[in-house]
Design a protein around this ligand. Structure first.
Ligand code: C2E
Ligand code: MG
Ligand code: MG
Ligand code: MG
Length: 289
């Protein structure tokens, strides 16, 4: 600790850094128990088909329900899980819980899960995911895996083989947060993506910034010519949803459609909409004439 007043500024700085490190250590130690204790749980964010305004499925988002600290954001604990090598176990635990929960949901509903670039270093990743699918009875054809661009190409051959094994089972692959990070059009060709997701940073300013509108429009046109449907994330208003529909985005998600839901809340919503397994009545447009 600094004794001279002239160093107080630095002393303060040191203390706050110390506290930050302490918190980080606490979180890291906590995380080790949190995974087996099921404190890391899946939340479900609605994904809407923009043309029909129907619920298409959910993106699975991890939450840490910490017994003392309350709910912790994945922006905080995912990087810790990555750096400590716990991300693989965390991810499989989230998938197990999400797939089990979704088993009694209507078969029309899909799930999207996020995969960290770190997991693409695991040569057994595809086999592990396929095993969880088999154990939970969730059909691979209803699963989409979201991969961000960042460091995708650290080991491209391995990423390609993992993605190939997943696609062989009918799992779809989405390129997440497109337009941010290590954005490169070459990424679109390196892996057989089935979808592009436009990052919310472009979407949210679409009605204020001509540049954002131009970028979103360009991504939508790119998706069209590559035959890749585009999902926009981070929709907070009806005006933005309308604009995206006009631009030709296939799907949308964001707080305008609802905040991410716990398993219980998602189930309640689906029960209300008669979207639990065996509960659905034929939709008008599905009836053959
Ligand atoms: P992401 O995959 O791009 O997920 C979208 C993030 O935007 C989510 O934040 C979501 O809650 C938030 N969001 C959705 N709609 C809106 C909106 O209308 N307005 C605003 N302001 N935000 C919105 P979240 O849940 O905090 O997740 C952050 C990131 O953490 C995710 O970004 C994803 O990269 C990562 N993540 C979350 N769960 C997992 C996981 O299970 N595994 C891995 N590897 N990463 C995860
Ligand atoms: Mg995502
Ligand atoms: Mg995203
Ligand atoms: Mg994003």
């Amino acid at each position: 600790a600094a004794k001279k007043s002239g160093r107080n500024r630095f002393a303060c700085f040191d203390h706050s850094m110390e506290r930050e490190l302490q918190t980080r250590n606490d979180l890291e130690n906590g995380l080790r128990h949190a995974i087996p204790n099921h404190e890391i749980v899946p939340y479900f964010e609605q994904q809407i088909d923009l043309a029909s305004e129907r619920l298409h499925g959910f993106e699975v988002l991890a939450r840490w329900e910490h017994p003392q600290r309350g709910t912790i954001s994945p922006e905080i604990f995912i990087p810790i899980a990555e750096e400590t090598g716990m991300i693989g176990d965390l991810s499989l635990s989230i998938m197990k819980q999400a797939f089990s929960a979704a088993r009694d949901w209507d078969p029309s509903l899909s799930l999207s899960v996020n995969i960290s670039p770190w997991q693409l270093r695991d040569a057994w990743l595809a086999q592990k995911i396929i095993k969880v699918l088999a154990e939970t009875g969730f059909p691979p054809t209803r699963l989409e895996v979201e991969i961000t661009e960042s460091s995708l190409f650290e080991n491209l051959a391995l990423a390609q083989s993992i993605v190939g094994s997943l696609k062989n089972q009918g799992v779809r692959i989405a390129l997440d947060d497109f337009g941010t990070g290590y954005s490169s059009l070459a990424h679109l060709r390196a892996l057989p993506f089935d979808r592009i997701k436009i990052d919310k940073s472009f979407v949210q300013s679409i009605n204020e910034s001509a540049d954002s509108a131009a970028i979103v429009n360009a991504i939508a046109r790119l998706g069209e010519s590559l035959n890749l449907p585009v999902t926009a994330e981070g929709i907070e208003t009806a005006a933005i949803a309308e604009r995206l529909r006009a631009i030709g985005c296939a799907k949308a998600q964001g707080w305008y459609y609802g905040k991410p839901l716990s398993v219980t809340a998602a189930r309640r919503l689906l029960a209300e909409r008669r979207l639990l397994r065996g509960q659905s009545t034929p939709r008008e447009s599905d009836v053959q004439s």
